[in-house]
Design a protein around this ligand. Structure first.
Ligand code: SPV
Ligand code: MG
Length: 431
């Protein structure tokens, strides 16, 4: 019998999958691959079933000769192992980023005379409804909240991008690229105090109040499923912070990061150019412990941000504080720096990891932006936050457009730089 292979990357078997199996049977014995969680989350949505359950789901299907584990999106490993005569797939992979996968399969099969079978992709109302239900489930607080911890366990480094509106949320949610045979998308979203304030035309000094910050989170949550890390500034008074923790947890936010400063907070990237006061270790530990005490689930994370390097207090102070904050209950440490060279951040990570192998480390490479995700991961970093790049790219583009319209007294000159009207009116899907 000939071998026919297909790979499933799904939590629900619907008529589209059954159709593929029925078609496959016409050509030979059917082998199904199940994509691992690690591979799936690089280009698809986060699975609502764990890998073991997804494997069992496929094993329970009729007419399947064998079920295999596929641990890469590209088919090199699985094809060299199974040597299928045919690979069958919905024809949706002929366009978009998935085309790279089809090209990969075509190249591998042609080396020994194998063939691709493209079957018409099933996307009827029933399948659409299942798809929408899965997305809805992922956006629910109890699923979304725990996802940051799940991603820390699954990803070499959790890639997080700044959001401050529904629109930036959609960019974080939907942007997927294929590059050099690898797929990538952002894992999580950062509700930055700087960008949330800037979007409202306000300075980043804890002026935008919590009600307004929560409103931003809600706008983002309405249109996304990815987990949220909230920039909680100093956390405010401990008596207020405990309420913030409760509210964020209930909303389905995964983590709050609070920084060890008191008084009028200014953005860290000002460094010592402005007056900034670091909190005492004792007081900040009390704040962390108070927050941990009131949270109701194990999912929510309170991450302590250390400003010692920003304020030129030295590496020893940063390390002492890190150890104290972890002891007080912090679920992670964020270390910040405004140096262009990543050396001081990497040194901190190496020294911290000598005594603490577990506590997640978060970094924000706005100044030390030459560092790569792979380098950070090598030094034990778990979460990288691109904290302001969407805002900083949008502002000059909008400003230039405004200037050019004033200059030319019409909009024609700027049009070639703009998103087509057809695209903007169809950008947001209607239910
Ligand atoms: C933010 O994005 O608001 C931050 C990171 O707190 S930074 O601006 O680098 O301080
Ligand atoms: Mg901030």
């Amino acid at each position: 019998m000939k071998k026919v292979y297909t790979c499933f990357c799904t939590d629900v078997i619907h008529e589209g999958h059954l159709n593929i199996i029925n078609e496959a049977k016409k050509y030979g014995d059917v082998y199904i691959g199940v994509l691992t969680d690690e591979a799936m989350i690089k280009f698809s949505r986060f699975p609502t079933l764990n890998f073991h359950d997804r494997l069992e789901l496929v094993k329970g299907l009729d007419g399947v000769k064998d079920v295999l584990v596929q641990d890469e999106i590209m088919y090199d490993g699985i094809i060299s192992k199974l040597k299928p005569d045919y690979v069958i797939h919905g024809d949706n992979w002929k366009v978009g980023p998935m085309k790279a996968v089809r090209d990969n399969v075509e190249r591998l099969l042609s080396a020994y005379g194998g063939q691709i079978i493209d079957v018409p992709y099933t996307y009827n109302d029933n399948v659409k409804r299942i798809d929408a239900q899965l997305n809805e489930k992922l956006s629910m607080p109890e699923y979304r909240r725990k996802r940051l911890k799940q991603l820390i366990a699954l990803r070499p480094i959790v890639k997080t991008i700044e959001v401050h509106s529904g629109l930036t949320g959609l960019i974080a949610e939907k942007t997927i690229v294929e590059h050099d045979g690898e797929f990538d998308q952002f894992d999580a979203m950062w509700v930055s105090s700087l960008c949330d304030s800037t979007a409202k035309g306000k300075p980043d000094i804890e002026l935008v109040d919590m009600t307004s910050r929560f409103r931003t989170i809600d706008d983002v949550m309405e249109v996304t499923t990815k987990p949220i890390i909230f920039d909680g500034d100093t956390g405010g008074l401990t008596e207020h912070f405990v309420y913030t923790v409760r509210s964020l947890e209930r909303m389905g936010v995964s983590a709050i990061i609070i920084e060890d400063k008191t008084g009028l907070k200014k953005n860290s990237l000002f460094g010592t150019e402005v007056e900034q006061t670091q909190d005492s270790i004792e007081h900040f530990c009390e704040k962390i412990a108070a927050g941990k005490k009131v949270q109701l689930t194990d999912d929510f994370m309170i991450i302590a941000r250390i400003e010692s390097l920003i304020l030129d207090r030295g590496m020893d102070d940063a390390l002492t504080r890190a150890a104290a904050y972890v002891k007080a209950g912090a679920d992670g440490i964020m270390i910040h720096s405004r140096k262009k060279d990543p050396k001081e951040i990497l040194t901190f990570c190496d020294l911290f990891r000598k005594t603490d192998k577990e506590t997640p480390i978060v970094v924000v490479p706005s100044s030390f932006n030459s560092v790569t995700e792979a380098e950070l991961a090598e030094h034990g970093v778990n979460i990288v936050i691109y904290a302001n790049q969407l805002t900083r790219s949008a502002f000059p583009a909008m400003e230039q457009t405004a200037k050019d319209i004033l200059k030319y007294h019409r909009a024609q000159e700027v049009d070639s730089r703009l998103m087509p009207i057809k695209d903007i009116i169809s950008l947001i899907e209607e239910l």
